[in-house]
Design a protein around this ligand. Structure first.
Ligand SMILES: N[C@@H](CCC[C@H](N)C(=O)O)C(=O)O
Length: 264
């Protein structure tokens, strides 16, 4: 499936005997995600049984690293498993409702403390006194996973393919970071994302959540707000003390069986 062009291989291992067998070394996840020799995807998603929710969702980036959250995949899993599905992730408990064209999901409450991002040392996370070349004065938000957000004049003119990889691995971010560049035009957000462990993607759901929250906290937009990404548009709602709600489309690509031993 994909959400706005952010694409996933989803393995359904909800049957307990499958879940027990299925452990995912980083090399195997990266082999499946490889667009030349594997199936090809931005994230590999594994669905397993959960004793706290309807399903447990494990998320692997294209580089094979396991991560805590993925907004676009959350919508896809809600659409796949049905209305009201509750999802356990390493980043928190999520849930959502299917819509005609996708899903609306509760992405949990954002966190702003420097050590929850996490950052290497204490600072104001709404206006961080740091910068990289022309990218200055970012905000940082954890929405299950870590994001840094730069508000710029024109997000399309930022060399994100050059600056993203540099910022992703900066020692300020001990768990690395997803890098968002955004501008606000007529009350709507225009966003591009360099995803940790992947690179430039067509859309990042958690990036849209983190950027909308940072823009709302800075008073740049009002809720609900449209967030336009290269792959399409998400609608984000949030107010202080409440969970983030994200609405957007989902798309089926293919459903079938693959031979496990073909990968890695
Ligand atoms: N594409 C995702 C985010 C996936 C995880 C991210 N790359 C990370 O490392 O935290 C989304 O839609 O949120």
């Amino acid at each position: 499936m994909h959400g706005l062009g952010n694409d996933f291989v989803i393995i359904d291992a909800r049957a307990p005997e499958l879940a027990e067998q299925l452990n995912m070394p980083a090399e195997k996840a990266a082999a499946i995600a490889n667009r030349n020799s594997g199936i090809g995807c931005d994230q590999l998603i594994i669905l397993k049984p959960s004793d706290k929710a309807d399903v447990r969702m494990q998320i692997y980036n294209a580089d094979g690293g396991e991560v805590e959250a993925c907004g676009n995949a959350t919508r896809c899993v809600v659409k796949l498993l049905g209305d009201g599905t509750s999802i356990e992730t390493d980043g928190g408990m999520l849930s959502g409702q299917a819509t005609d064209t996708g899903a609306i999901v509760d992405m949990g409450e954002p966190r702003f403390d420097w050590n929850a991002i996490p950052l290497a040392y204490a600072m104001d996370t709404l206006h961080m006194p740091v910068g990289w070349e022309d990218l200055q004065d970012p905000a940082a938000v954890n929405v299950g996973n870590p994001h840094v957000i730069f508000f710029v004049d024109d997000s399309n003119s930022v060399e994100l393919d050059r600056l993203g990889p540099m910022i992703e691995v900066d020692p300020l971010f001990p768990e690395r970071v997803n890098v968002n560049v955004a501008h606000v035009h007529e009350g709507e957000i225009h966003l591009r994302v360099w995803e940790r462990g992947v690179g430039l993607t067509r859309a990042c759901g958690t990036g849209a959540c983190a950027t909308a929250v940072a823009a709302l906290k800075r008073g740049l937009v009002e809720s609900p707000v449209n967030v336009h990404l290269p792959g399409g548009t998400l609608i984000l709602s949030w107010q202080d003390g409440e969970p983030i709600m994200m609405q957007g489309p989902t798309t089926y690509v293919f459903s079938g069986e693959a031979n496990w031993d073909d990968f890695g």
